[in-house]
Design a protein around this ligand. Structure first.
Ligand SMILES: [Zn+2]
Length: 283
């Protein structure tokens, strides 16, 4: 599942390739792609045709394209891709929606093999769509408030990794980057959040920011070959992962084999030496 860096790379591509362009037609090839748009596919197409995209924005793993006061809101789900290319190229069977532009240039295609992603129109949502206003700012947003978040974390009674994944506390962090940031800051994933010092939380979020920045520089992590940028290119950050997906391989800091624990139907990867299990654990 794409996390913040992968979605940010898609946002940058959209910013470069569709900003300032006027939509000509919208073809919806699979109604599931707009299932969250209750007035239906025809309404979706009619509402966007003829409108000019004025930017590309993101909060956490959501993207939106402002059109006037409204916006087209997108979530890539497990396998969604937003691809820009020659409008004459063949239409693959996974294309769910296609936007053409009045300038006759590259079109925009939403493809989604597993159909967990979706598109919707957010009326009045150019600044921040109402459907995602409950999602907390992500660590790369100017509105991210580490002091307020620190107070909330220290008031919670939960494990730190579960808190990192809670999109109402902080958005955009998923399983991969949570494990990486915890390893960088030498914290075990089950550490009770109320026992963390302010300094530890500050170092943890500095690590989150660093891991995100490094992943952006590498074009993101291509964990399952479905994540690509708007030009269909995949990133190579998985080569730099310290613990995620490396069970049994040596810790890049101390050489101890990386440990994998079951966690919320998934896994947590950590180093038993650098990240000792806390006496009291919460998950
Ligand atoms: Zn280690």
């Amino acid at each position: 599942m794409p996390e913040l860096p992968e979605v940010e790379i898609v946002r940058r591509g959209l910013q470069r390739h569709v900003t300032g362009r006027t939509v000509d037609t919208v073809q919806l090839l699979h109604p599931r792609a707009v299932r969250r748009h209750l007035p239906g596919p025809d309404d979706f197409a009619a509402a966007i045709s003829g409108r000019t995209i004025t930017g590309a924005r993101r909060r956490g793993k959501y993207l939106w394209l402002p059109v006037g006061d409204d916006a087209v809101l997108a979530h890539l789900g497990m396998s969604g891709q937003l691809l820009v290319g020659d409008p004459a190229r063949p239409l693959s069977s996974h294309v769910r929606a296609r936007f053409t532009f009045r300038d006759g240039g590259p079109d925009l295609r939403f493809t989604d093999q597993r159909t967990f992603g979706h598109l919707a129109i957010a009326p009045g949502g150019a600044e921040l769509p109402a459907a995602i206003s409950h999602i907390a700012p992500d660590p790369l947003e100017p509105g991210f408030d580490l002091t307020a978040l620190t107070a909330r974390l220290r008031a919670r009674r939960t494990g730190i990794k579960r808190a990192l994944l809670d999109q109402s506390l902080v958005s955009g962090i998923g399983n991969i980057y949570a494990d990486e940031a915890l390893w960088h800051s030498r914290l075990h994933w089950a550490r009770p959040s109320e026992t963390l010092t302010r300094g530890q939380i500050t170092r943890l979020f500095a690590a989150v920011e660093q891991v995100f920045t490094d992943a952006l520089d590498a074009g993101g992590t291509s964990f399952d070959s479905l994540y690509v940028d708007v030009n269909g290119q995949s990133g190579y950050f998985e080569r730099s992962l310290a613990v995620y997906g490396r069970a049994g391989q040596p810790c890049r800091r101390c050489g101890t084999p990386v440990r994998r624990d079951p966690f919320m139907n998934r896994s947590s990867y950590s180093c038993p030496t650098c990240q000792p299990r806390p006496r009291r654990a919460r998950w």
